[in-house]
Design a protein around this ligand. Structure first.
Ligand SMILES: Nc1ncnc2c1ncn2[C@@H]1O[C@H](COP(=O)(O)OP(=O)(O)O)[C@@H](O)[C@H]1O
Ligand SMILES: [Mg+2]
Length: 247
């Protein structure tokens, strides 16, 4: 089963075409990493999949259900149903600064899903344990390290039991010693069979965790293959130069 199916996606910001005829399929339970230079459209592609950005032309299907067909979106109600199953984690964590780590996970469940505080706390405690941060439950974002903040953000994104998480450079804002703890949590999600699309500059991680790696440049998918194909038998010269520079 396909988690994501994209046909001939075009995304313009005014006159600037930033995604140029993107077609992409992601199978359920697979891990796809997206690499490529800054400005190539990686974040915009994730935001289009998460329906945080509207596409100009093309189709997107989520778990077999159309979100947009030939540039025309389904009803708002259907859009919400489709995006319920996915979540996005950002480079900048986006935690609520005035809530504790626990409340960052509790409050959205109460507000969005209408859960009681008791039920929401029960879920939040389990999730904090899962990312090894139960002992930091009362800390505020300003008191958390970058790695801890990102793990809280991941825990928060898990509260609605998504089938799919889209990560946009989840470790780019972190000091090197904190990268591993976040990558460990992401690795755990893979083991649970979640579908993950990860924009990352961590080439070794991408190589090790991914079922497929995609190289984007100038709004296009330039190369798409297994980690071995992409990293060891790179066909495209730009992809080869990029990988060499980063590794
Ligand atoms: N909200 C926006 N309005 C106008 N242009 C944008 C917007 N978001 C991104 N862009 C442009 O789209 C292009 C791709 O950006 P982005 O998707 O952020 O690339 P990447 O994540 O690969 O660095 C860039 O040229 C960027 O300036
Ligand atoms: Mg980006």
């Amino acid at each position: 089963m396909l988690a994501i199916k994209i046909n001939n996606l075009i995304k313009k910001f005014d006159d600037n075409t930033v995604l140029k005829d993107i077609s992409l399929e992601v199978e359920n339970g697979k891990i796809v990493s997206i690499i490529g230079p800054s400005g190539s459209g990686k974040s915009t592609l994730l935001r289009c999949i998460a329906n945080l950005e509207k596409i100009t032309a093309g189709d997107i299907e989520i778990y077999g259900h159309p979100l947009v067909i030939k540039g025309k979106y389904v009803s708002h109600k259907k859009q919400r149903e489709l995006t319920n199953d996915m979540n996005m984690v950002f480079q900048s964590f986006n935690l609520f600064p005035h809530y504790s780590a626990l409340d960052n996970i509790v409050r959205p469940q109460m507000l969005v899903e209408g859960k009681t505080r008791e039920n929401a706390v029960e879920v939040a405690v389990k999730l904090l344990e899962r990312v090894n941060l139960y002992h930091r439950k009362d800390a505020y974002p300003s008191q958390l390290s970058g790695g801890e903040s990102q793990r809280v953000a991941i825990a928060r994104s898990l509260a609605r039991s998504p089938k799919m998480i889209l990560f946009d450079e989840p470790t780019s804002a972190l000091d090197p010693e904190m990268v591993t703890e976040v990558l460990e949590v992401i690795r755990g999600l893979k083991d649970e069979g979640m579908t993950l699309v990860i924009v990352t500059h961590e080439m070794n991680f991408a190589r090790e965790i991914s079922d497929r790696v995609i190289f984007m440049a100038d709004g296009k998918i330039v190369e798409d293959g297994t980690p071995q194909e992409l990293f060891e038998n790179t066909k495209n010269k730009r992809a080869a130069d990029f990988i060499k520079k980063i590794l």
